[in-house]
Design a protein. Structure first.
Length: 114
């Protein structure tokens, strides 16, 4: 068995246990999948399965499908089926729209540290 270590900044006060639980559930399902179906395979259409998992989540509300979707994202990352698949770091202007942004106390010049 391999161990993974995740590092979280104490300054951000992020509740990291839900993330660790989610990643463990992903790993559990990937191990079962590797046992049943073998290693990552470029012949599989993981994008199609990803869309199906999200569709099932939308229909049922069962969050297990979100874990499936996350795994299909990882599998697609490892064996992309998209003809233009690439990895390019982009900032929020090029990739996302920020709908809501919480105030950041560390940017407030009047804020005293704890």
């Amino acid at each position: 068995m391999a161990d993974l270590t995740f590092y979280f900044s104490n300054k951000l006060r992020v509740r990291h246990q839900p993330f660790l639980d989610f990643v463990q559930k992903m790993a559990n399902r990937l191990m079962v999948g590797f046992y049943r179906y073998g290693p990552v395979n470029k012949r599989q259409d993981y994008r199609k399965r990803l869309k199906g998992a999200v569709k099932h989540y939308d229909k049922t509300g069962n969050t297990e499908f979100l874990i499936d979707a996350a795994n299909y994202c990882w599998l697609e990352f490892c064996a992309p089926s998209h003809p233009k698949a690439h990895f390019e770091v982009s900032d929020s202007l090029g990739s996302r729209v920020i709908l809501y942004q919480q105030p950041r106390p560390w940017e407030n010049k009047n804020h005293e540290g704890d």
